[in-house]
Structure formats: structure tokens, C-alpha cells
Design a protein around this ligand. Sequence first.
Ligand code: DX5
Ligand code: ZN
Length: 219
Amino acid sequence: MIKLSPSILSADFVNLERDIRALSPAGADYVHVDVMDGLFVPNITIGIPVVAAIRRITELPLDVHLMIDRPIRYVEDFCKAGSDILTIHVEADTEENTLTALKRIRELGVKAAISVKPRTPAEAVLPFLPYCDLILVMTVEPGFGGQAFMEDMMPKLKQIRQWIDLHNPQCELEVDGGVNVETGKICCQNGANVLVAGSAFFKSADPAAFAVKVKHPEL
Ligand code: DX5
Ligand code: ZN
């Protein structure tokens, strides 16, 4: 089964509650929350109090994507704010600190995840695979919604799918960036089972119909 995780970066922030409450009826499986610090990526978005506020208005799992430097400093706060899946970037700290952060996330009862930027090779996930509940492959440079899908990430996605099936089959494989009905299908063919979609979902005239199409690439 393919899951859809709409990125609220493309929601209407004036009407964030309305847009989040509409997600479950529209067929979303997760709520993707993009946290940016202006250092790890050249953009600043939202932080801990907003995650805590979103927690109060939805039952959907919160899929929180931290694009911040040295996330170990904040994983506890984001877990306590109500994250269900907490993703940190392998490029954001040393291997040792990344491992410590992943273990801490799991100790707090939250699913631990890592993400790789487009220029980071597939091999970078290997030391962390046993400690991950999800791996996120970026199909754009992190920082902004609405960018073009990088199809050249598909060999990396496929390779990571093979390693997941061999070493940690419970682990989910998510893609993020430029996902629409067409590119989502390509991602599923290459092993993804969770699709993040920001602009394609929120700018769709019929988000529920978009969700059906993107979650059923076989149709
Ligand atoms: C980009 C974010 C994405 C972004 C996706 O750095 O991690 O989650 O919101 O937006 P779209 O689907 O528009 O590429
Ligand atoms: Zn994201």
C-alpha cells in the first residue's frame, strides 16, 4: 500500500487548521511538516510550538522532517511536541551524533528516520539502517516547495529499497520533492512506499482525487 504525506509547506498558513483538518478526509496518511533553520537550508519555516499546535487538531501521524544543523540538540523537543516520525539529515552532523540522535528518538517512543540530499550517495544510509523506521530520499534540493522532480535519484532509491528488503524490511521508504501523479508512479516503481507531496496536493483542484491517483499507481 502506498501512503501519502502532504507537505503543509504548501498549505495556506492563514488557514492552517482548516487545511490540516481536511487532510484525513482527503485520503492523506501522514502530515508532513518541514522544519528549516536557515542554516542547513537557505529558508526558515516553523518550529516546535507549531508542531505541538498541529498535534492538537489531527489524529494523523505527524511526519516531521528536520532540515536543521545538528538536530541532536532538538530531537527531544520535537518528540515531546507530538512527532510520530522524526527525520534528521545524515549531512547535518557527525555519524556518531546522528546515531545517538536516532537512538534517542526511538527511546522516546517515536519512529526514527534519516534523509539524504540529492548529492549524498546511497551508501550514506548504511550505518543507520538498523536504527531507522523510515528512510527519506530527497528528489529536490531541500529548502523550498514547488521544485522540479529529479528523476536521476531513482537508481539511489532502488538501491536503498534493496538494502531495506535485505536488512530491515519493516523500514519505510519515502520520497520528497516534485512528487505528482506521474513522478509518484516512477518513485513507486523504484521502491518508494511513502510519497510526500506539497504543491501537487495543495494546488490540486481536487486533492481527494489526487490522493486516490497518487496512491494507486497501478490504476
Ligand atoms: C523541501 C521540502 C518538501 C517540500 C515538497 O525541502 O522538504 O517537503 O515541501 O514540496 P513539493 O511537493 O512542492 O516539491
Ligand atoms: Zn520535506
